[in-house]
Structures are given as C-alpha cells and as structure tokens.
Design a protein around this ligand. Structure first.
Ligand code: ADP
Length: 276
C-alpha cells in the first residue's frame, strides 16, 4: 500500500491562493476528463501534450488520476523522489514535456493507492499548488475519471481553466457517462473545448484502412446534442498501444502515421483558444 507524506488540505483559502499563484504562470489550463476509466483519457492526454509541444508550445502534463496514474508508464518514467523544496516541487523533464504524476509517489508499481477522501483531496491540492512549472503555454491535466469528488476538486481549484477536453469511446455505455461529464462541466461553468472519440474504428496495421468495428459517430452526436465542438475521432491503432507500453508519446514515435496526423488535427482548435 502506498503512503503519502502529504497532509490533507487544512486551510482551503491558503491552498487556493497557492494554486492561483502557480496557475497564474500558465496561459491555458486544460482538464482532460472522461465519464469512465479505460477509454483512453491518459493516452489522449499524453498525445495532446506531445502534439502541442511539437507545435512549439511550452507544455506541462499533470497526472492527478489517483487510482490509475498511467502517465509515468506511458512516458517511460520510474517512480522517483520529488526534487525541489517542501512547497516547490520540480517537475520531471521528459523530452520536450514537463511532467508531474501522483504515480511518482508509489515506489511499488504493484501497490494500489489506498487513501481516504480527504487524503486524496490533499494530494490533488498539493500537486496543483506546489509544482513549480514556471511559465507554460499549456498545462494538460489528466483528471480522475467520472464526476465524483476528485475531478470536482481539480475543476474547482483551477479558477480560470481554458476548459475541458472530454474523451469517450463510440459505444452507448460510454456515451451515457460522457453525457454526465458534459452536464458536470455545465454545472461548474467549465467551458468544453471539445470531445475526442477514441477507439473509433480499427486502423489496420497492414493497409491503414479504418474499419468500424463498433458503432461510430457517438462522439460527434454527443457534441451536436450539447452544442460543443467535436475535435476528432482516433482509431484503435495497435501502434498506440505499443508506444504506450514502450514509454514514448505515440505522436512522436509514429510521427509519420495517419493516426498521428489525426492527433495533430485534434489539437488545432486548442492552438487557437480565445481567452476571452
Ligand atoms: P484511461 O486513462 O481512460 O483509463 P488509458 O489511456 O490508460 O485509458 O488507455 C487504456 C489502454 O488502452 C492503454 O493500454 C492504451 O495503450 C490503450 N489505448 C488507448 N487508446 C488507444 C487507441 N486509440 N488505440 C490502441 N490502444 C489504445
């Protein structure tokens, strides 16, 4: 079982001030949300971050998916002691990304995080307030799945987010939960930057043709229903799984593939966020 030395947040006003001070140096804070786990939220987070960095932006990637922090594995990073001072943790540099993950806390990769609610909130607050990102164009935040306390804390603590990118799969069971995520964003006044439909068809590794093995188009239908942008459909591509397991952002390691090109198109609206 993992133990964390952090204490739960004790002074919400002070914690909020710390978060505000850190976030003031970051132009666009983007929360990546999903209605449920396993839809590819972390995969999309890593590749959005990598594609934005490839486009010349200064990008940080923060993984606060407490129960499934996959970002270290997806970037080939091991759990490691935090560097910096008690309240200014240095992010880890992975290629052209700055990265921080709750997964770094857990030295035993097989051990689950068994933390009660207040401890989880404390850790999320600490990660948002203590990581010294410096000046960034984008911070991509891989949030816990669902619409419970944990994503709620993240969304509420970031006072001026650019908005949320919501990841779904084509099936109806995923879409039902994504509707909840969209309503959740509405209640929090969190702008929805768009929906990504992941695992939308299968990209044949031999000929590159995308075969629709499930009903597809669910993401676009949801976007139309809720009047939010549809950012694009990413197929199941065996190379994505291989890149994740090899600890490399897919968009870099398979840079010439059609799927990588789709990811570059998905980030286009994010490159032109109007801050109002
Ligand atoms: P989540 O963060 O929603 O729990 P992950 O991003 O961890 O989901 O993805 C779960 C698994 O599915 C990972 O092994 C990842 O490599 C794989 N995966 C995600 N999207 C795709 C895709 N489009 N094609 C192939 N494999 C994918």
């Amino acid at each position: 079982m993992s133990t964390c030395k952090s204490q739960p947040a004790t002074n919400p006003a002070q914690d909020q001030e710390k978060v505000n001070a850190r976030m003031a140096h970051i132009k666009h804070k983007i929360c990546v949300l999903s209605g449920k786990g396993g839809v590819g939220k972390s995969t999309v987070s890593v590749n959005l971050a990598a594609a934005l960095a490839e486009a010349g932006k200064k990008v940080g990637l923060l993984d606060v998916d407490i129960h499934g922090p996959s970002i270290p594995t997806m970037l080939g990073l091991r759990p490691q002691p935090f560097m910096g001072t008690a309240d200014a943790i240095e992010p880890v540099v992975a290629g052209n990304l700055k990265v921080m993950s709750v997964g770094f806390v857990n030295e035993d990769l097989d051990a689950p995080f068994i933390w009660r609610g207040p401890m989880k909130m404390g850790v999320i607050t600490q990660f948002l307030g203590d990581v010294e990102w410096g000046e960034l164009d984008y911070l991509i935040i891989d949030c816990p799945p669902g619409t419970g306390d944990e994503p709620l804390s993240v969304c509420q603590l970031i006072k001026e987010p650019a908005g949320a990118v919501i990841v779904t799969t084509p099936q109806k069971v995923a879409a039902v939960d994504v509707r909840k995520s969209l309503t959740f964003c509405g209640k929090l006044n969190m702008p929805v930057l768009g929906i990504v439909e992941n695992m939308s068809g299968f990209a044949c590794p031999k000929c590159g043709e995308v075969v629709n093995i499930f009903h597809s188009g669910g993401g676009a239908e949801l976007a139309a229903d809720f009047g939010v942008p549809f950012l694009g459909a990413l197929p199941i591509d065996p190379a994505i799984g291989m890149a994740c397991d090899a600890g490399q952002p897919f968009v870099q390691s398979y840079a010439a593939s059609e799927t990588a090109q789709i990811l570059r198109e998905i980030i286009q609206p994010l490159l032109h966020i109007n801050r109002g």
